[in-house]
Write a protein that binds this ligand. Structure first.
Ligand SMILES: [Zn+2]
Ligand SMILES: [Zn+2]
Ligand SMILES: [Zn+2]
Length: 109
């Protein structure tokens, strides 16, 4: 006799998502182009605008392509962009990283 045994923990982990993550591109190739300098993911737009040169990591908004610095940076421009715009999902703009984050539900996906 064969029975399907629900693998509850694995399934819950895999499905930890939200409508915002579902609506955002999963493949980086489908992301909106970066704002201002579409080919340049190496600087925070908001830091450059104010002459700040210190930031830790960069994040890219998956709604409008805005590139800004993470919460380990002094200015936390990516989070500031979320509060100003209500754009819910960003992706890491660091090389070799493709993870996404929903600010609204605080979910990684
Ligand atoms: Zn969400
Ligand atoms: Zn910044
Ligand atoms: Zn945005």
């Amino acid at each position: 006799m064969h029975r399907l045994i629900p693998r509850r923990e694995a399934r819950d982990t895999a499905l930890a998502t939200c409508d915002d993550l579902s609506a955002a591109p999963t493949d980086p190739a489908d992301d909106p182009p970066a704002d201002e300098d579409p080919d340049d993911l190496t600087y925070c737009r908001d830091c450059r605008a104010i002459g700040e040169h210190n930031w830790a990591h960069l994040r890219k908004c998956l709604t409008c392509g805005h590139v800004a610095c993470c919460d380990s940076s002094p200015r936390k421009h990516a989070t500031a962009h979320f509060h100003a715009s209500n754009h819910p999902v960003m992706r890491s703009a660091e090389p070799e990283e493709t993870w996404r984050w929903c600010y609204v539900h605080e979910l990684i996906g």
